[in-house]
Design a protein around this ligand. Structure first.
Ligand SMILES: C[S@@+](CC[C@H](N)C(=O)[O-])C[C@H]1O[C@@H](n2cnc3c(N)ncnc32)[C@H](O)[C@@H]1O
Length: 207
């Protein structure tokens, strides 16, 4: 019990220490973004220009809302997450699991230009399980994109490096003009997260 308490104090201290020295945490606080991950989307946007003025954007795994804050600068955004989220201007917030039929029905009313997925589960500690769950989220986000994206639309999805990314990439290449894999500098160095950046949706084999 004492050891557990010591461990949780140590990890909390490490967390505070890391947060207070992190360049992107400081930038987010300074510029009013809810979390440092907003800077991942800024980097993706700067390099790949996936968001355009007046786009309709679906943001999956949106809470606490950093990506939605960035996306809603371009156009109306539908933000879905298991967790609740504080309101954002030009953002429709949908709270629930993306696998839930009611949630799918609600978001299916929209035809969108861009689907973003920064969805991630809490890590379990088992690399095999974490990778499998993450791959499933990428595939599920892609199946949603396949239904809702307008021709020519763009799709961004987080995946874990060292997973089934090459299989996932082949699947995506069938339906987009270009697919890149990109790890923004704002991702933590020790993290294996990275992003598929898929541009130019070709709605051929609708699934
Ligand atoms: C890394 S956070 C997203 C951070 C967000 N992009 C931002 O900038 O604030 C990952 C999110 O994915 C959400 N998530 C995971 N599985 C989900 C699911 N099945 N349906 C909806 N959201 C999910 C989690 O609740 C979590 O808030």
């Amino acid at each position: 019990m004492r050891l557990q308490r010591w461990y949780s104090i140590t990890t909390k201290n490490q967390w505070y220490n890391r947060q207070s020295h992190d360049k992107y945490v400081k930038l987010a606080q300074k510029h009013g973004y809810r979390c440092r991950s907003a800077y991942k989307l800024f980097e993706i946007q700067e390099k790949f220009n996936i968001l355009r003025r007046n786009d309709t954007i679906l943001d999956l795994g949106a809470s606490p809302g950093g990506w939605s804050q960035v996306a809603s600068k371009y156009g109306n955004t539908i933000s879905v997450d298991l967790l609740p989220m504080e309101p954002i201007d030009k953002c429709q917030i949908v709270t629930g699991d993306i696998h839930d039929e009611e949630i799918i029905r609600e978001i299916s009313q929209h035809n969108v230009n861009v689907v973003l997925s920064d969805m991630a589960h809490s890590f379990t500690g088992s690399r095999t399980l974490d990778v499998a769950r993450m791959d499933e989220l990428v595939e599920f986000a892609f199946s949603i994109a396949n239904i809702l994206l307008k021709p020519g639309g763009n799709f961004v999805a987080k995946y874990l490096q060292g997973s089934g990314e090459h299989g996932l990439r082949s699947m995506l290449e069938n339906q987009f003009h270009s697919v890149s894999m990109f790890k923004p500098k704002a991702c933590r160095k020790e993290s294996t997260e990275s992003y598929f950046i898929c541009r130019g949706f070709k709605p051929i084999n609708n699934i």
